[in-house]
Design a protein around this ligand. Structure first.
Ligand code: FE2
Ligand code: FE2
Length: 141
């Protein structure tokens, strides 16, 4: 059993981003619980659908923020998002065909990817965005 729980090590200190991350951990936790309880396929599918939608929305949100703030590591960060998008697309297709192993593979993938990506790439982004915001406020005053 994997632990899907947002903690301080995941904090990027940008409230909207932290909220989205919390939600992704929650959905992974829901999916894991459903799998362990032997939930029926439609229930598993509906959590996976939510997870896919929230992930897509979240990654695009961060990418918009990066473009708006002129983030120099945009290409590097976005390529990490692309890795997650393509991996999830393949697994989602398998889950849709009723392959429950693919749901377990999705959890395994996300437990690594979410932790690694948030703790390094997203935290670096969060620091940049906060700094960018501070500079803009200073210029405006
Ligand atoms: Fe990210
Ligand atoms: Fe993120």
């Amino acid at each position: 059993m994997r632990i899907f729980e947002w903690n301080e090590q995941h904090a990027v200190h940008v409230p909207a981003v932290d909220d989205e991350h919390r939600q992704l951990f929650r959905l992974c936790d829901d999916l894991q619980r459903a799998m362990m309880a032997g939930a029926a396929t439609p229930e598993v599918q509906s959590i996976v659908d939510d997870l896919v939608i929230h992930t897509a929305h979240h990654l695009s949100h961060e990418e918009r923020e990066m473009r708006a703030a002129g983030y120099s590591l945009y290409a590097w960060h976005r390529s990490q998002h692309h890795t997650a998008r393509s991996r999830m697309r393949v697994l989602e297709r398998r889950i849709r065909r009723g392959d429950r192993d693919a749901a377990l593979e999705l959890l395994e993938f996300l437990s690594g990817w979410l932790n690694d990506h948030i703790r390094l790439a997203d935290r670096m982004l969060g620091a940049y965005l906060r700094n960018h915001q501070r500079e803009r406020s200073a210029r405006a005053s």
